[in-house]
Design a protein around this ligand. Structure first.
Ligand code: ATP
Length: 364
Protein backbone atom coordinates (compact mmCIF):
# COMPACT_ATOMS: atom_id res chain seq x y z
CA UNK A 1 0.00 0.00 0.00
CA UNK A 2 2.78 2.43 0.87
CA UNK A 3 6.40 2.26 -0.22
CA UNK A 4 9.36 4.55 0.20
CA UNK A 5 12.59 4.24 -1.76
CA UNK A 6 15.89 5.95 -0.93
CA UNK A 7 14.17 8.80 0.93
CA UNK A 8 16.68 11.40 1.99
CA UNK A 9 16.03 14.71 3.71
CA UNK A 10 18.68 17.21 4.74
CA UNK A 11 17.80 20.25 6.84
CA UNK A 12 19.91 23.37 7.00
CA UNK A 13 21.20 23.52 3.44
CA UNK A 14 19.92 27.10 3.31
CA UNK A 15 22.43 29.93 2.89
CA UNK A 16 23.76 30.96 6.31
CA UNK A 17 22.85 27.69 8.05
CA UNK A 18 25.52 26.62 10.56
CA UNK A 19 25.36 22.91 9.76
CA UNK A 20 23.23 20.52 7.81
CA UNK A 21 21.28 17.71 9.48
CA UNK A 22 20.66 14.43 7.71
CA UNK A 23 17.15 13.78 9.06
CA UNK A 24 16.33 10.92 6.65
CA UNK A 25 19.14 8.83 5.22
CA UNK A 26 18.17 6.51 2.37
CA UNK A 27 14.95 5.27 3.98
CA UNK A 28 13.46 2.21 2.27
CA UNK A 29 10.42 0.40 3.57
CA UNK A 30 6.91 -0.75 2.67
CA UNK A 31 3.66 -1.09 4.58
CA UNK A 32 1.12 -3.67 3.43
CA UNK A 33 -2.59 -2.94 3.02
CA UNK A 34 -4.33 -2.97 6.41
CA UNK A 35 -1.03 -3.26 8.27
CA UNK A 36 -0.12 -1.21 11.34
CA UNK A 37 3.57 -0.38 11.20
CA UNK A 38 5.08 1.27 14.24
CA UNK A 39 8.17 3.43 13.76
CA UNK A 40 10.35 3.43 16.86
CA UNK A 41 13.45 5.44 17.60
CA UNK A 42 15.03 7.90 20.01
CA UNK A 43 14.27 11.62 19.92
CA UNK A 44 15.68 13.34 16.85
CA UNK A 45 16.16 10.18 14.75
CA UNK A 46 13.83 11.41 11.99
CA UNK A 47 10.45 9.84 12.80
CA UNK A 48 8.36 13.00 12.48
CA UNK A 49 10.24 14.05 9.36
CA UNK A 50 9.39 10.69 7.78
CA UNK A 51 5.68 11.21 8.48
CA UNK A 52 5.76 14.80 7.28
CA UNK A 53 7.40 13.75 4.00
CA UNK A 54 4.81 11.02 3.47
CA UNK A 55 1.95 13.40 4.37
CA UNK A 56 3.26 16.04 1.98
CA UNK A 57 4.26 18.76 4.48
CA UNK A 58 7.95 18.36 3.79
CA UNK A 59 9.76 17.80 0.47
CA UNK A 60 12.60 15.27 0.55
CA UNK A 61 15.91 15.92 -1.20
CA UNK A 62 15.65 12.64 -3.06
CA UNK A 63 13.67 9.43 -3.10
CA UNK A 64 10.22 8.18 -3.96
CA UNK A 65 6.97 7.54 -2.08
CA UNK A 66 4.13 5.57 -3.63
CA UNK A 67 0.65 4.91 -2.24
CA UNK A 68 -1.27 2.04 -3.82
CA UNK A 69 1.18 2.13 -6.74
CA UNK A 70 0.68 5.87 -7.35
CA UNK A 71 3.84 7.97 -6.95
CA UNK A 72 3.11 10.88 -4.61
CA UNK A 73 6.78 11.84 -4.38
CA UNK A 74 9.06 11.07 -7.33
CA UNK A 75 12.78 11.68 -7.22
CA UNK A 76 12.45 14.12 -4.38
CA UNK A 77 9.68 16.22 -5.97
CA UNK A 78 6.08 16.27 -4.78
CA UNK A 79 3.86 14.95 -7.56
CA UNK A 80 0.63 15.01 -5.55
CA UNK A 81 -0.20 17.81 -3.06
CA UNK A 82 -0.84 16.92 0.60
CA UNK A 83 -4.64 17.31 0.44
CA UNK A 84 -4.94 14.94 -2.54
CA UNK A 85 -2.84 12.08 -1.19
CA UNK A 86 -5.57 10.13 0.59
CA UNK A 87 -3.50 10.26 3.78
CA UNK A 88 -4.78 11.25 7.23
CA UNK A 89 -2.29 12.65 9.73
CA UNK A 90 -2.75 12.84 13.50
CA UNK A 91 0.03 15.23 14.56
CA UNK A 92 1.73 15.16 17.96
CA UNK A 93 -0.74 16.15 20.69
CA UNK A 94 -3.66 16.16 18.27
CA UNK A 95 -3.49 19.82 17.28
CA UNK A 96 -7.26 20.35 17.13
CA UNK A 97 -8.62 23.71 15.95
CA UNK A 98 -9.58 25.30 19.31
CA UNK A 99 -12.19 27.69 17.86
CA UNK A 100 -14.11 24.89 16.07
CA UNK A 101 -16.53 22.44 17.66
CA UNK A 102 -15.75 18.73 17.80
CA UNK A 103 -18.09 18.12 14.83
CA UNK A 104 -16.46 20.94 12.82
CA UNK A 105 -13.01 19.54 13.60
CA UNK A 106 -14.03 16.06 12.46
CA UNK A 107 -15.78 17.47 9.37
CA UNK A 108 -12.78 19.62 8.41
CA UNK A 109 -11.52 17.33 5.66
CA UNK A 110 -15.02 16.60 4.34
CA UNK A 111 -15.80 19.94 2.76
CA UNK A 112 -16.22 18.35 -0.65
CA UNK A 113 -19.08 16.14 0.58
CA UNK A 114 -22.72 17.20 0.40
CA UNK A 115 -23.72 18.77 3.79
CA UNK A 116 -26.10 15.87 4.61
CA UNK A 117 -23.47 13.30 3.77
CA UNK A 118 -20.90 15.25 5.76
CA UNK A 119 -23.19 15.39 8.82
CA UNK A 120 -23.79 11.62 8.64
CA UNK A 121 -20.08 10.87 8.21
CA UNK A 122 -19.16 13.07 11.20
CA UNK A 123 -21.80 11.35 13.37
CA UNK A 124 -20.69 7.90 12.21
CA UNK A 125 -17.02 8.67 12.87
CA UNK A 126 -17.69 10.14 16.32
CA UNK A 127 -19.63 6.97 17.10
CA UNK A 128 -16.66 4.87 15.93
CA UNK A 129 -14.30 6.62 18.35
CA UNK A 130 -16.81 6.42 21.21
CA UNK A 131 -17.72 10.13 21.21
CA UNK A 132 -21.30 10.11 19.91
CA UNK A 133 -23.06 13.16 21.37
CA UNK A 134 -19.87 15.21 21.83
CA UNK A 135 -20.17 17.05 18.49
CA UNK A 136 -21.14 20.46 19.92
CA UNK A 137 -18.35 20.69 22.46
CA UNK A 138 -15.16 22.67 21.97
CA UNK A 139 -11.78 20.94 22.33
CA UNK A 140 -11.10 22.66 25.71
CA UNK A 141 -14.25 21.02 27.09
CA UNK A 142 -12.77 17.55 26.53
CA UNK A 143 -10.30 15.42 28.48
CA UNK A 144 -6.87 14.67 26.98
CA UNK A 145 -7.99 11.19 25.90
CA UNK A 146 -11.17 12.55 24.30
CA UNK A 147 -9.16 15.17 22.42
CA UNK A 148 -6.92 12.43 21.02
CA UNK A 149 -9.98 10.52 19.86
CA UNK A 150 -11.29 13.63 18.08
CA UNK A 151 -7.91 14.05 16.39
CA UNK A 152 -8.09 10.44 15.25
CA UNK A 153 -11.71 10.90 14.10
CA UNK A 154 -10.67 13.97 12.07
CA UNK A 155 -7.94 11.91 10.37
CA UNK A 156 -10.12 8.89 9.56
CA UNK A 157 -13.33 10.75 8.65
CA UNK A 158 -12.39 11.11 4.94
CA UNK A 159 -11.68 7.33 5.01
CA UNK A 160 -8.07 7.75 3.87
CA UNK A 161 -6.05 4.88 2.43
CA UNK A 162 -3.27 5.54 4.92
CA UNK A 163 -3.32 7.03 8.42
CA UNK A 164 -0.19 8.48 10.04
CA UNK A 165 -0.11 8.82 13.81
CA UNK A 166 2.67 10.90 15.40
CA UNK A 167 3.16 9.91 19.06
CA UNK A 168 -0.63 9.93 19.53
CA UNK A 169 -0.62 8.89 23.19
CA UNK A 170 2.47 10.66 24.52
CA UNK A 171 0.57 13.35 26.42
CA UNK A 172 -1.72 10.88 28.21
CA UNK A 173 -1.26 9.16 31.54
CA UNK A 174 -0.30 5.49 31.70
CA UNK A 175 -3.80 4.11 32.33
CA UNK A 176 -5.47 6.12 29.59
CA UNK A 177 -2.63 5.36 27.19
CA UNK A 178 -3.01 1.61 27.59
CA UNK A 179 -6.78 1.73 27.14
CA UNK A 180 -6.64 4.01 24.14
CA UNK A 181 -3.87 1.93 22.53
CA UNK A 182 -5.97 -1.20 22.37
CA UNK A 183 -9.10 0.74 21.36
CA UNK A 184 -7.32 2.53 18.52
CA UNK A 185 -5.66 -0.67 17.36
CA UNK A 186 -9.00 -2.48 17.30
CA UNK A 187 -10.65 0.39 15.42
CA UNK A 188 -7.94 0.63 12.76
CA UNK A 189 -8.02 -3.14 12.27
CA UNK A 190 -11.82 -3.07 11.93
CA UNK A 191 -11.60 -0.30 9.31
CA UNK A 192 -8.73 -2.10 7.54
CA UNK A 193 -6.75 1.15 7.51
CA UNK A 194 -3.07 1.04 6.60
CA UNK A 195 -1.33 2.85 9.44
CA UNK A 196 2.11 4.16 10.33
CA UNK A 197 2.43 5.10 13.99
CA UNK A 198 5.49 6.88 15.30
CA UNK A 199 6.54 6.43 18.91
CA UNK A 200 9.66 6.60 21.08
CA UNK A 201 8.05 4.19 23.56
CA UNK A 202 9.42 0.65 23.10
CA UNK A 203 6.47 -1.06 24.76
CA UNK A 204 3.99 0.86 22.66
CA UNK A 205 5.82 0.02 19.42
CA UNK A 206 5.99 -3.68 20.28
CA UNK A 207 2.42 -3.85 21.60
CA UNK A 208 0.71 -2.04 18.73
CA UNK A 209 2.66 -2.87 15.59
CA UNK A 210 2.06 -5.76 13.21
CA UNK A 211 5.64 -4.89 12.36
CA UNK A 212 8.11 -2.48 13.89
CA UNK A 213 10.53 -0.29 11.93
CA UNK A 214 13.39 0.91 14.11
CA UNK A 215 15.16 4.15 13.18
CA UNK A 216 18.51 5.48 14.28
CA UNK A 217 20.12 8.71 13.04
CA UNK A 218 17.83 9.00 10.01
CA UNK A 219 18.18 5.36 8.93
CA UNK A 220 15.79 2.43 9.24
CA UNK A 221 18.01 -0.19 10.86
CA UNK A 222 15.53 -3.05 11.24
CA UNK A 223 11.98 -3.90 10.15
CA UNK A 224 10.22 -6.96 11.47
CA UNK A 225 7.47 -8.44 13.64
CA UNK A 226 7.60 -7.29 17.30
CA UNK A 227 8.83 -10.64 18.65
CA UNK A 228 11.65 -10.84 16.14
CA UNK A 229 12.64 -7.24 16.82
CA UNK A 230 12.76 -7.85 20.56
CA UNK A 231 14.46 -11.26 20.62
CA UNK A 232 16.60 -10.89 17.50
CA UNK A 233 17.53 -7.19 17.34
CA UNK A 234 19.95 -6.10 14.62
CA UNK A 235 22.66 -5.14 17.11
CA UNK A 236 23.31 -4.91 20.84
CA UNK A 237 22.71 -1.17 20.95
CA UNK A 238 19.18 -1.83 19.73
CA UNK A 239 18.84 -4.80 22.10
CA UNK A 240 19.50 -2.49 25.06
CA UNK A 241 17.23 0.26 23.67
CA UNK A 242 14.35 -2.23 23.45
CA UNK A 243 14.59 -3.49 27.03
CA UNK A 244 16.67 -5.26 29.65
CA UNK A 245 19.45 -7.29 28.04
CA UNK A 246 21.94 -9.74 29.51
CA UNK A 247 25.09 -9.91 27.37
CA UNK A 248 27.78 -12.51 28.03
CA UNK A 249 30.72 -13.93 26.07
CA UNK A 250 30.38 -17.18 24.11
CA UNK A 251 31.78 -19.25 21.27
CA UNK A 252 29.62 -20.15 18.29
CA UNK A 253 29.66 -23.76 17.13
CA UNK A 254 28.19 -25.04 13.84
CA UNK A 255 28.06 -21.57 12.27
CA UNK A 256 26.04 -21.36 9.07
CA UNK A 257 23.98 -24.48 9.79
CA UNK A 258 20.51 -24.71 11.24
CA UNK A 259 22.05 -26.47 14.24
CA UNK A 260 24.22 -23.54 15.25
CA UNK A 261 24.64 -23.29 19.00
CA UNK A 262 26.70 -21.23 21.36
CA UNK A 263 28.85 -22.46 24.16
CA UNK A 264 28.72 -20.04 27.10
CA UNK A 265 28.63 -19.95 30.91
CA UNK A 266 24.98 -21.10 30.83
CA UNK A 267 25.95 -24.23 28.87
CA UNK A 268 25.31 -24.93 25.19
CA UNK A 269 22.34 -22.93 23.88
CA UNK A 270 20.60 -23.08 20.48
CA UNK A 271 21.05 -19.96 18.36
CA UNK A 272 18.05 -18.24 16.72
CA UNK A 273 20.10 -15.66 14.85
CA UNK A 274 23.89 -15.76 14.52
CA UNK A 275 24.42 -12.35 12.77
CA UNK A 276 27.42 -13.64 10.82
CA UNK A 277 29.34 -14.81 13.93
CA UNK A 278 31.74 -17.70 13.48
CA UNK A 279 33.79 -18.08 16.70
CA UNK A 280 33.97 -15.89 19.80
CA UNK A 281 30.89 -13.71 20.09
CA UNK A 282 28.58 -11.78 22.40
CA UNK A 283 25.42 -13.63 23.43
CA UNK A 284 22.15 -11.78 24.03
CA UNK A 285 19.79 -13.31 26.58
CA UNK A 286 16.54 -11.62 27.56
CA UNK A 287 15.72 -11.61 31.31
CA UNK A 288 12.42 -13.42 30.63
CA UNK A 289 14.36 -16.32 29.09
CA UNK A 290 16.27 -17.00 32.28
CA UNK A 291 14.63 -19.47 34.65
CA UNK A 292 15.32 -19.04 38.30
CA UNK A 293 15.28 -22.06 40.60
CA UNK A 294 16.57 -23.77 43.67
CA UNK A 295 20.38 -24.09 44.03
CA UNK A 296 19.87 -27.74 44.97
CA UNK A 297 18.07 -28.46 41.67
CA UNK A 298 20.97 -29.66 39.51
CA UNK A 299 18.92 -31.15 36.65
CA UNK A 300 20.27 -28.40 34.41
CA UNK A 301 23.68 -27.05 35.35
CA UNK A 302 23.14 -23.31 34.76
CA UNK A 303 24.83 -20.78 37.01
CA UNK A 304 24.61 -20.17 40.73
CA UNK A 305 24.24 -16.62 42.04
CA UNK A 306 22.96 -14.48 44.89
CA UNK A 307 19.97 -12.12 44.66
CA UNK A 308 21.30 -8.58 45.16
CA UNK A 309 18.27 -6.43 44.42
CA UNK A 310 14.63 -6.76 43.46
CA UNK A 311 12.26 -4.40 41.71
CA UNK A 312 8.53 -5.05 41.98
CA UNK A 313 6.23 -3.95 39.14
CA UNK A 314 3.04 -5.73 40.26
CA UNK A 315 2.41 -8.22 37.45
CA UNK A 316 6.12 -9.02 37.29
CA UNK A 317 9.45 -7.98 38.69
CA UNK A 318 13.19 -7.88 38.00
CA UNK A 319 15.87 -9.49 40.14
CA UNK A 320 19.52 -8.50 39.96
CA UNK A 321 21.49 -11.65 40.66
CA UNK A 322 25.25 -11.53 41.26
CA UNK A 323 27.00 -14.42 39.51
CA UNK A 324 30.62 -14.79 40.65
CA UNK A 325 31.47 -17.01 37.64
CA UNK A 326 30.57 -14.13 35.30
CA UNK A 327 32.15 -11.53 37.56
CA UNK A 328 28.95 -9.45 37.34
CA UNK A 329 25.19 -9.24 37.69
CA UNK A 330 22.45 -10.88 35.61
CA UNK A 331 18.92 -9.45 35.38
CA UNK A 332 16.09 -11.98 35.58
CA UNK A 333 12.37 -11.33 35.06
CA UNK A 334 10.10 -13.09 37.52
CA UNK A 335 6.38 -13.14 38.32
CA UNK A 336 5.24 -10.47 40.78
CA UNK A 337 4.65 -13.01 43.57
CA UNK A 338 7.97 -14.88 43.20
CA UNK A 339 9.41 -16.39 46.41
CA UNK A 340 13.01 -15.14 46.12
CA UNK A 341 14.42 -12.55 48.52
CA UNK A 342 17.57 -10.43 48.57
CA UNK A 343 20.43 -12.60 49.89
CA UNK A 344 18.95 -15.90 48.59
CA UNK A 345 21.21 -18.19 46.58
CA UNK A 346 19.55 -19.27 43.32
CA UNK A 347 20.28 -21.29 40.19
CA UNK A 348 19.80 -19.64 36.79
CA UNK A 349 19.23 -21.61 33.61
CA UNK A 350 18.46 -20.65 30.01
CA UNK A 351 16.29 -23.00 27.99
CA UNK A 352 15.55 -20.80 24.99
CA UNK A 353 17.40 -19.96 21.83
CA UNK A 354 19.52 -16.83 21.89
CA UNK A 355 21.04 -14.37 19.40
CA UNK A 356 24.76 -13.83 18.96
CA UNK A 357 26.68 -10.74 17.80
CA UNK A 358 30.23 -10.17 16.58
CA UNK A 359 32.26 -8.82 19.50
CA UNK A 360 33.65 -5.83 17.63
CA UNK A 361 30.15 -4.64 16.63
CA UNK A 362 29.08 -4.78 20.27
CA UNK A 363 31.97 -2.55 21.27
CA UNK A 364 31.18 0.02 18.57
P1 ATP B 1 11.10 13.43 18.46
O1 ATP B 1 10.86 12.03 18.92
O2 ATP B 1 11.86 14.25 19.48
O3 ATP B 1 9.87 14.13 17.95
P2 ATP B 1 11.97 12.72 15.77
O4 ATP B 1 12.59 11.36 15.72
O5 ATP B 1 10.55 12.85 15.35
O6 ATP B 1 12.16 13.35 17.23
P3 ATP B 1 12.52 14.73 13.80
O7 ATP B 1 11.57 15.75 14.36
O8 ATP B 1 12.11 14.05 12.56
O9 ATP B 1 12.92 13.65 14.90
O10 ATP B 1 13.91 15.46 13.57
C1 ATP B 1 15.02 14.79 12.96
C2 ATP B 1 16.21 15.74 12.92
O11 ATP B 1 15.94 16.81 12.02
C3 ATP B 1 16.51 16.40 14.26
O12 ATP B 1 17.91 16.53 14.39
C4 ATP B 1 15.86 17.77 14.15
O13 ATP B 1 16.53 18.70 14.96
C5 ATP B 1 16.00 18.06 12.68
N1 ATP B 1 14.90 18.90 12.17
C6 ATP B 1 13.59 18.57 12.14
N2 ATP B 1 12.86 19.54 11.56
C7 ATP B 1 13.75 20.51 11.21
C8 ATP B 1 13.63 21.78 10.57
N3 ATP B 1 12.46 22.23 10.12
N4 ATP B 1 14.76 22.50 10.38
C9 ATP B 1 15.97 22.04 10.79
N5 ATP B 1 16.15 20.86 11.40
C10 ATP B 1 15.07 20.10 11.61
Amino acid sequence: MLETHNLTKVFGRAVGAQESILALDDVDFHVAEGELMTVLGPSGCGKTTLLRVIAGFETPDSGTVTVAGRPIVAEGARTVPAHARGIGLVPQEGALFPHLSVAQNVGFGLRRLHPCERRDRVAETLELVGLAGFGRRRPHELSGGQQQRVALARAIAPRPQVVLLDEPFSALDEYLRENLRSEVRALLTRLGTTTIMVTHDQEEALAMGDRVAVMRAGRVIQVGPPRETYFQPADLQLARFLGEAVVIKGELVGAGTDRACVSCAFGTLPVAMANGCTGPCDVLIRPENIRIGDVADTRSPGLVGTVREQTFYGHDGLLRVHVAQLGGDVTVRVLGDHPHRVGDDVRLTVERSVSTYPIERAAA
